[in-house]
Design a protein around this ligand. Structure first.
Ligand SMILES: Nc1nc2c(ncn2[C@@H]2O[C@H](COP(=O)(O)OP(=O)(O)OP(=O)(O)O)[C@@H](O)[C@H]2O)c(=O)[nH]1
Ligand SMILES: [Mg+2]
Length: 372
């Protein structure tokens, strides 16, 4: 218990819950233009609303850029003597991240954004008035849509190579990822399921190890970092005795590893750091592990004082707050049950917060309609 919850309130920390994995938007296609009965002219069609995949975007950035979350395309031009066929209304393009699914509020799938440049039509403009509609235009589609990030798992393991991520997954679940004493054993995400007595299941993704410079695409960095986005919460895993990639690269203590991993995530996409995170300190069976853990705890309490050991460009702007710091040994099984409990508590806590927010939104909508 002594090692539970590193309270580090004196330092500036990022707020949890800033990371968005879904976003609800209001979209409206443009109204068609009027036809011209006298000359049989046709009004222009209303503009359409599209969602288009763009690089380096997150749902949070979309939300910040469009706080009202409303998108309406332009009205088609009326038919006139000079232009019998009115011009089409202006289309609207909502730039959104790759890796999302778009659905309507009632669950109908509209499409996926899988690669940069993919486009999905989310609200079609109305037709312009013509002979067939007695020259009356029609309205555009109006609806709420949801953009959902495609998650690969509830929890993602984040750490340097060799920290014991795959060993940890093996200790917690029945998954059998490859384990070896060299770096980059895991090259693609492996999934494991944590099973609980009440049949609850939590999925955990064993992700490939990150290295310094991952944000610059070192060691397949981007490919690996992209998986980190696709999990609800992060489980940082460090070797209590530290890590050295090769004899020519510097040795990094567990504390430095945390700082560097935080920096890599920050440089890749800052919002990743607002995901809830737990810290697992692995290999507690090694000699001197208790002393090293005590040292790490002290460093985490005053990161400002200790990160000065690192070059300035490797120090993260803000520190990550870990909900829990859990010492374990994937090799002996020490701390594993406790870790499973903490993971569950952390996810339940967020699910509860999300439920409360949905409930509050429903109540607000109810109050709004009951006024009419
Ligand atoms: N002593 C000890 N060794 C461990 C423990 N957990 C893992 N190891 C060893 O550490 C080495 C790396 O373990 P992996 O589970 O492959 O590490 P990883 O983090 O998945 O590594 P990458 O896939 O390369 O990123 C292996 O030799 C493991 O046997 C532990 O709790 N104690
Ligand atoms: Mg591995």
């Amino acid at each position: 218990m002594l090692l539970e919850m590193v309270h580090i309130s004196r330092i500036c920390f990022r707020k949890y819950g800033n990371f968005l994995d879904n976003l609800r938007l209001y979209v409206r296609g443009g109204c068609g233009g009027m036809g011209l009965p006298r000359l049989g002219g046709q009004g222009g069609n209303g503009g359409d609303v599209w969602v288009v995949a763009g690089k380096s975007l997150t749902l949070k950035r979309v939300s910040d850029k469009h706080p009202r979350k409303r998108f309406a395309a332009g009205t088609g031009s009326n038919s006139s003597v000079r232009a019998l066929k009115g011009e089409k209304g202006q289309d609207v393009e909502i730039r959104a991240p790759v890796g999302i699914t778009i659905t309507t509020d009632d669950g109908k799938k509209l499409g996926d954004l899988n690669i940069d440049g993919d486009r999905v039509l989310v609200a079609k403009g109305g037709s312009g008035g013509s002979f067939y509609s007695r020259f009356e235009p029609s309205k555009g589609q109006v609806r709420h849509i949801r953009l959902d990030l495609k998650l690969i798992a509830d929890v993602g393991l984040v750490g340097f190579p060799n920290a014991g991520k795959s060993s940890l997954l093996t200790a917690m679940s029945s998954a059998t990822p490859q384990i070896a004493s060299y770096a980059f054993t895991t090259l693609k995400p492996e999934l494991g399921k944590l099973m609980y007595r009440d049949h609850k299941q939590i999925s955990v993704a064993d992700l490939p190890g990150l290295i310094e410079g991952a944000h610059l695409n070192k060691g397949m960095g981007h490919k690996f970092l992209k998986h980190v986005e696709r999990t609800k919460q992060l489980l940082f895993v460090v070797d209590v005795c530290g890590f050295q990639l090769a004899s020519k690269t510097p040795f990094r203590s567990a504390f430095e590893a945390i700082q560097l991993l935080t920096k890599e995530l920050e440089l890749y996409k800052e919002e990743l750091l607002s995901k809830p995170a737990l810290l697992v300190v692995n290999k507690m069976d090694l000699p001197d592990a208790e002393d090293k853990l005590a040292e790490l705890k002290e460093q985490l309490e005053k990161p400002g004082e200790f990160s000065s050991l690192l070059p300035e460009d490797m120090i993260p702007k803000d520190q990550l707050t870990f909900r829990h710091v859990i010492p374990v040994s994937a090799a002996t099984g020490f701390g594993i049950d406790h870790l499973k409990t903490r993971i569950r508590e952390s996810l339940d806590e967020d699910a509860e917060t999300a439920n409360r927010a949905i409930h509050a939104e429903k109540l607000r909508a109810l109050e709004h309609y009951s006024r009419w």
